[in-house]
Design a protein around this ligand. Structure first.
Ligand code: HEC
Length: 128
């Protein structure tokens, strides 16, 4: 009886530990405050009407699919699986604008409307 309780306590603490570990490895890329502020500005500057007119699927196919795949799940060159991503809009905008590791920055390549349109489009590739 005594040992059962000890065992359960041990397993319990172990599971909390494992849980923390998965959280660490699943961590989203980190952004600086400046990058997040810039992302907020990009979102604010974009015009809903213009965002709607952007052919985001085409831009995604041209600039992003080489690593992420047309459906977002390819993961070439260490690319994150966009179908499993839970990244909020401002961080999507930040990573498109500034890039991260092997993913280049697109801040000079796309207009603010295009960046927001692509960020919204990739959210539609999510499976859940
Ligand atoms: C050269 C390959 C490459 C291309 C091209 C590329 N990416 Fe990425 N992408 C990556 C890599 C690598 C990561 C992981 C970055 C990291 O966290 O270190 C990533 C991560 C991301 C993430 C973060 C997802 C998450 O949940 O962590 C988003 C969003 C994203 N890319 C969108 C795009 C978009 C949109 C484009 C096109 C404009 C694009 N990527 C083009 C390689 C690429």
């Amino acid at each position: 009886m005594h040992y059962t309780i000890l065992f359960l306590l041990f397993m319990g603490s172990h599971m909390i530990f494992l849980n923390n570990e998965t959280k660490l490895t699943d961590q989203e890329p980190l952004f600086t405050k400046e990058q997040l502020d810039k992302a907020d500005q990009v979102i604010k500057k974009s015009k809903a009407k213009k965002v709607k007119k952007v052919d985001a699927p085409l831009l995604f196919k041209q600039s992003c699919a080489s690593c992420h795949g047309r459906k977002g799940g390819l993961g070439l060159a260490g690319a994150a699986d966009l179908t499993a991503s839970k990244m909020p809009l401002r961080k999507q905008v930040a990573i498109i604008y500034f890039g991260k590791n092997t993913m280049q920055a697109y801040g000079d390549h796309f207009s603010t409307d295009e960046i927001v349109a692509i960020a919204k489009y990739i959210s539609t590739l999510r499976k859940s």
